[in-house]
Design a protein around this ligand. Sequence first.
Ligand SMILES: [Zn+2]
Length: 333
Amino acid sequence: MSKISACSITILGMFILASCAYQGVNKYPLTSAYPAPDDLLQRMNHLASKYPSLLVHRIIGFTETERLPIYAIELGKGQRNILVIGQHHADEVLGVALSYHLFEYLAQSYQKDSRVQKILNEYKLWIVPTLNPEGWKVVSEGNARIKRKNNRDTDGNGKLDIRTDGVDLNRNYPVFWDLDNETNPQSSFYKGSSPASESEIQAIISLGRKVEFELAFFYHSSLTGATSEHIYLPAVDEEDEKFVRLQDIADFYAKNVPRDYLRGTYALHYGNTSKVGNARNFFYHSLGVPGMLIEIGGVNKDGQSIIHPPDRMVKRIVRRHEQALIKTLEMML
Ligand SMILES: [Zn+2]
């Protein structure tokens, strides 16, 4: 059996397992606690006009296939730049909900909450609610509850095959390229035809080169549940002082977020992590920016992964991560 066909079967198996685990406990179509793509611009405009000295938003690039705008919200008056990316993968919408709430809550609390005031006077948060507007739109509009990639027509048949087309944006960064063998365009983890082939990735690289970021947070939500409620750091050969500092920050964040359905808190993953072209590896190794991947979305007592929980739980998850992020930034003051 060739390497590629073995790989395809493994991925198909993972997909079926994930699909089965998904059904029954997840809500789809998405409910009202999940932001709708058409609302983003209006909500950003509203806050920007209300708090002009605190918040601006800009387009940092456009998506590869549909040329949809990719937005970044600049929030705060400080000199220390922090990057927050809410979404790379299409069905991982909890991070988008978190991003929305984060910029609304912080902007609205600035005048009345001295804690928030301190943070926004010290830092500038760059919040990118989604780096994958094409995938977000497909999932938000009820066209696919499970989808990972963008909408590139990878099989070149002139139409979007929702299940198979697209590039995994969190494999497309130009780092450790040759170590990633996800070269099958049908795979959910397809890395793309060449490093940074996707304009979404070119947009974030360009922002990362223009702005000197001190720290980056990348939100995901694990469909299989295998990585849920853990924080992952860049792959390194040696744990130097800078890396240990990042470990301490990520560990602090983890300990400040209770798990959704089980006892205890999030945990930092120690040891090896993927040496592929993902955001945390690129930011750390190519730009010198420490970053962490946070897998939100919990696992219930039956081991089922819940990435599209009902509204009440979405609100709880969002608030918990918001508080953990604020506490982490406070700790770094
Ligand atoms: Zn993800």
